[in-house]
Design a protein around this ligand. Structure first.
Ligand code: FES
Ligand code: FES
Length: 161
């Protein structure tokens, strides 16, 4: 076992983990952060996307020990990164635009979308579609997801603060 210390959703965490444990398993099984989902075992779907030191990463694609010393934000802590309100503006935009059906891809889509606007606050539709290429949705056809990101971008408040 290896001891790791990191910050997750604003709280300090110190845990012993097996070196082979994936970050997504650590979040879900050790910390109970089940808002971060597993949709594949091939690093393809993006359902497991979290922020590591402010950037979107697929948490099934790295080991928990690699997050030692890092700051991790999951969908469960996203709203707290923004001023006030129960929801982050990107979560509100997804809600307003009906950008989900079953909702399985939604946590990862939102985490990636926030990072996308951090990188590019005024993306074209094509840039949004390219930016979300690593996140798969089996339900929506993506139109409303793109609209939600455009809505958050137009409001100028899609990004974490
Ligand atoms: Fe991580 Fe699918 S569960 S990319
Ligand atoms: Fe069902 Fe995206 S809303 S997978």
């Amino acid at each position: 076992m290896t001891k790791i210390e990191l910050t997750v959703d604003g709280g300090k965490v110190a845990e012993d983990v097996e070196p082979r444990m994936l970050l997504v398993q650590f979040l879900r099984e050790k910390l109970g952060k089940t808002g971060t989902l597993i949709g594949c075992d091939t690093s393809n779907c993006g359902a497991c996307t979290v922020h590591l030191n402010g950037h979107a990463v697929k948490s099934c694609n790295m080991l928990a020990v690699q997050a030692d010393g890092a700051e991790v934000t999951t969908i469960e802590g996203l709203a707290a990164t923004y001023d006030g309100g129960d929801l982050h503006p990107m979560q509100e935009a997804f809600h307003e635009c009906h950008a989900l059906q079953c909702g399985y891809c939604t946590p990862g889509m939102i985490m990636r979308s926030v990072d996308l606007l951090n990188e590019n606050p005024d993306p074209t539709e094509e840039e949004i579609r390219e930016g979300l290429e690593g996140n798969l949705c089996r339900c929506t056809g993506y139109h409303n997801i793109v609209r939600a990101v455009q809505t958050a971008a137009a409001a100028g408040k899609g990004a974490a603060q």
